[in-house]
Design a binder for this molecule. Sequence first.
Ligand SMILES: Nc1ncnc2c1ncn2[C@@H]1O[C@H](COP(=O)(O)OP(=O)(O)O)[C@@H](O)[C@H]1O
Ligand SMILES: [Mg+2]
Length: 265
Amino acid sequence: MPDTTPAKKALLEVDDVTIKFGGLTAMDSVSFQIREGEILGLIGPNGAGKTTCFNVMTGVYQATSGEVRLDGVSLAGRRRHKITQLGLARTFQNIRLFKSMTVLENVMVGADAHSKVGFFDALFRLPRHRRTEEEALAKAKGLLDLVGIKARHDELAANLSYGEQRRLEIARAMATGPKLLCLDEPAAGFNPAEKVQLMQLIKKVRDQGYTVLLIEHDMKLVMGVTDRIVVLEFGKKIAEGTPAEIRDNPAVIAAYLGVDEEDAS
Ligand SMILES: Nc1ncnc2c1ncn2[C@@H]1O[C@H](COP(=O)(O)OP(=O)(O)O)[C@@H](O)[C@H]1O
Ligand SMILES: [Mg+2]
């Protein structure tokens, strides 16, 4: 049957990826695509292989077989910083910030991944770099504004609240100028009201023209924000579809009921 969906370009292709850790197959022939401009949810119970998928995409792990392509370019065998330069940025399930740097400096480090002028050049204010530095500063402040923590730009990252640190991580990832922004459980540890606020932020980010891959383990949370959802369980893709399709999918319901109450919520 001819495919009648409007042709939206596949920005990222995960093509038949398998990765084994000793006897454990953490991803088992997983394939899916992310289209330009969409928010794709990657969900599944704890241990399903979601973070491993990010790690393969970003060059932390090499796939045992299969490959990931960004804009048609294979990421296989590429170093992490190269993958960032190609346009793939991520945040981490456990926050990783430079705690003894200011909020603004943390974002500047992100911007440095793309610029020819180094962060340290900017720090020492070499005259020929001054203009680029000013542009980078303006851009960084704009990103802090977008994520809602601009007023805190001079504060040390360590002094931010947990929720502000999560937002800073997103701003830092965005500062690398990514084609695809990958967020690994950005709402982990949040109360329900904070989670809703974060989902609103993710929508806002997408409306700025970013494509977003969102890992979340709370199924309800991703329903309201994603365009499509891919579900993993024990390293296998068990479903893919719109939020409505996923909500009614028996295999997905079974996967979520197979774990404890809180996970099924
Ligand atoms: N570096 C590693 N070495 C061995 N096993 C790993 C490694 N990374 C992940 N795993 C295993 O792969 C499986 C998937 O983990 P993960 O991707 O973190 O799941 P999720 O993010 O969906 O909760 C788990 O069983 C985990 O223990
Ligand atoms: Mg994980």
